[in-house]
Design a protein around this ligand. Structure first.
Ligand code: PEP
Length: 251
């Protein structure tokens, strides 16, 4: 897993039972992809459905990923919350944490993200921390400062492997993609920050996210330190998502 390109589809608040099954079935039937680790992050109510659907492996293993997790651990009187233990129980492997839509609409900041990461690590799942600067921060030349602050949640964590998705907020769902120089520069920076926070032996995956589609995927995967993609809109159709997976396989 840590030596492959990760292509993870973030369905956000999209999907219905029937469509989900059809999409997962087609993805499982794709020709074998040797160099890609495929994941799907459906809405929480569909996690079991997706996990059950990916159990009978046809050609490709597909990892079940969660879009979020509670900052509370275990069980308790936290109406509406889903703990890391519960995600593990239904077969989740990877948990997205800190997606910019969580901080935009639910005001999640570093302290909450830290609790979530700790809960996920404690049950043996893999956190995928999302970081990225706003348009204003980039225009002001403060993009690295913003990302370094978001990455500071990793400080002192007891883990030797860590996955991050670099998602410039201005590129998510907008059709605007960071250019190759911007991606290369930020990914190299994120690598060095993770190594200094988690130790030189840390296993690292840094995915790019923000309007990745079949037309730009190959160029993005060719950028140094790009270990895959977190894909939103283009993960909702088999045609687009499978093209991105194929681009990762050929990178
Ligand atoms: C995302 O939500 O993580 C994302 C990258 O979305 P999109 O691909 O639609 O920009």
């Amino acid at each position: 897993m840590w030596d492959k390109k990760w292509v993870i589809g973030n369905w956000k608040m999209n999907g219905r039972l029937q469509n989900n099954n059809a999409l997962v079935h087609k993805l499982r039937s794709m020709p074998v992809q040797q160099k890609v680790c495929i994941g799907i992050a459906p809405p929480t109510v569909y996690l079991s459905q997706v996990h059950n659907a990916v159990q009978i492996v046809l050609n490709n293993t597909i990892h079940t990923c969660a879009q979020d997790v509670s900052r509370f651990a275990g069980n308790g009187a936290y109406t509406g919350e889903v703990s890391a233990e519960m995600l593990k129980d239904v077969g989740v492997d990877v948990v997205l944490i800190g997606h910019s839509e969580r901080s935009l609409y639910f005001n999640e900041k570093n302290d909450i993200q830290r609790h979530k990461i700790e809960n996920v690590l404690a049950v043996g799942l893999t956190p995928l921390l999302c970081v990225g600067e706003s348009l204003k921060e980039r225009e002001d030349g403060r993009e690295k400062e913003a990302v370094a602050y978001q990455l500071s949640v990793l400080k002192g964590l007891k883990t030797d492997c860590f996955a991050v998705a670099y998602e410039p907020v201005w590129a998510i769902g907008t059709g605007k993609v960071a250019n190759k120089e911007q991606i290369a520069d930020m990914h190299a920076f994120i690598y060095s920050e993770i190594l200094s926070l988690c130790g030189n032996d840390a296993k690292i995956r840094v995915l790019y996210g923000g309007s990745v589609d079949p037309a730009n995927a190959a160029d993005i995967f060719a950028v140094p330190h790009v270990d895959g993609a977190l894909v939103g809109g283009a993960s909702l159709t088999y045609e687009a998502f499978s093209d991105i997976i194929r681009a990762a396989e050929q990178a």
